[in-house]
Design a protein around this ligand. Sequence first.
Ligand SMILES: NC(=O)C1=CN([C@@H]2O[C@H](COP(=O)(O)OP(=O)(O)OC[C@H]3O[C@@H](n4cnc5c(N)ncnc54)[C@H](OP(=O)(O)O)[C@@H]3O)[C@@H](O)[C@H]2O)[C@@H](O)CC1
Ligand SMILES: Nc1ncnc2c1ncn2[C@@H]1O[C@H](COP(=O)(O)OP(=O)(O)O)[C@@H](O)[C@H]1O
Ligand SMILES: [K+]
Length: 486
Amino acid sequence: MISAHTVETVRAAEEVAKAALPAGTLMQRAAAALDVVCADLLRDTTGGVAGRTVVVLAGPGDNGGDALLAAARLARRGAAVTALLTSGRVHTEALAAARRAGARSRPWRPGDESTCAAADLVLDGIAGIGGRGGLRPAVEGLSALDGPVVVAVDLPSGLDADTGAVTGEVMAADVTVTFGTAKPVHLLAPAAARCGQLLVVDLGLDLPAPAVERVEPGDVAARWRRPAPTDDKYSRGVVGVVAGGPDYTGAAVLAVEAAVRAGAGMVRYVGPAHPTELVRQRRPEAVAGPGRVQAWVLGPGVSPDDPEQQARIRDALASGEPAVVDAGALHDLPDGLGPHHVLTPHAGELARLLGVERSAVEADPLTFARRAHAETGATVLLKGSVTTIVGDRVLTAASATDWLSTAGAGDVLAGVLGAALAGRPHDDPAVVAADAAVLHGRAAALASAGGPLAALDVADAVPAALTSLPGWAERGRVPSKGAPTS
Ligand SMILES: NC(=O)C1=CN([C@@H]2O[C@H](COP(=O)(O)OP(=O)(O)OC[C@H]3O[C@@H](n4cnc5c(N)ncnc54)[C@H](OP(=O)(O)O)[C@@H]3O)[C@@H](O)[C@H]2O)[C@@H](O)CC1
Ligand SMILES: Nc1ncnc2c1ncn2[C@@H]1O[C@H](COP(=O)(O)OP(=O)(O)O)[C@@H](O)[C@H]1O
Ligand SMILES: [K+]
């Protein structure tokens, strides 16, 4: 997991750490990490460090201070460093250190965007966790910078550390080096896409529970339910699927296929004759008709005007079993939902559910996912290039390729999540949902291999995605409890 903490929490932890350390220690740790990252990037992109041109943008606060101390280190490596001061104020000791090491410095001038564009690398120390609103007008043009490698100090300037919202111009980064812990901005859409690759530098801060966490593939390997010698098909979890209808058959096939591939003990399809027949043809393993289930997948491809399927959805939601509530099941939500009901809307569906504009949801997904969780009591998984999950915790999944934005991909996610809920009845549904989203994204990456993909291929790639997770094979070698060890 990558943990993110709010500015208030970080500042409190920083005060405690600072009191126990010689003055300037944390800034020097930050600068040392920036120096190593920048030097590595210069070597990768230009073949060396000495003689390469680096522009360091230094704002008025400690973010600028970090950047200037890194400038000093890069200048000592022989890089040609120019510090451009973007404010009337500057961290004076750090500026003096940069100058002593041979860096040149001067105030930012109109047109300096071209100075930046001509550099091999630009280090953005305009604003960090003290940043509010978009870039100030004088430096606004940096949002269109094209060419050099951009490294953000702590976070891209123009963003607010505590939210994923983008409210103005932003200096987008190729790499963001953040200190002590990630901040919500690094993990939440849409801002996360402006951060590039994220590197977290450990400063030894003592931090409480995070505000937001990103689930990583290795976390999924450690938690995904594996069968034990004592398991049978029922104990592994039976998934009931209410998907498709007389006129919409694809979603039924996709959701069933995905649930089978994700390791359900058994999949039970409940629906009209035509999709039932197609499901049978594609997956003879699935059984048809009602019966006991451990988790439901409700709504993919179900029309709001299909009284039979909608009745099945109502019964399933009233049954008390965990459920994925997707697409056609999101239209008329009953009262009394709980955390074991996982709503899986995309931005348009969530907007309709809450009576707001789709653009508002896309601009600040966490705010609206939180609202839906508060209003319904259900766990909310809001789909997108970053998937945001809100339950007792706020989690994100960002493993998907953009090629996944294709018809039927959501039906596959619903099936994968149904299998996960059925097999993990005692786990936090928000964690189960995030794990399913990460696995779905990995399967998409395998199915895509950098090119277009079909949703059914994503379902078929789920077993390979599981076994490719970092740590999967190692964990598989640990003998299960009570098993002979020799
Ligand atoms: N916490 C930690 O553990 C550690 C923290 N460390 C470092 O300290 C940094 C925080 O430093 P900080 O508190 O001095 O604030 P900081 O981010 O430099 O911004 C201040 C000024 O920027 C300006 N400004 C604001 N928004 C802007 C915008 N959109 N566009 C342009 N300018 C904008 C605004 O001035 P204004 O423009 O309003 O005059 C404001 O006063 C942190 O990010 C990390 O790098 C590390 O050294 C080690 C450990
Ligand atoms: N740009 C993107 N990059 C990665 N994944 C995406 C992107 N856009 C959408 N997705 C994912 O693709 C899936 C699309 O689901 P959905 O919108 O419900 O499609 P459908 O209803 O056609 O099945 C979701 O899992 C979502 O997270
Ligand atoms: K910055």
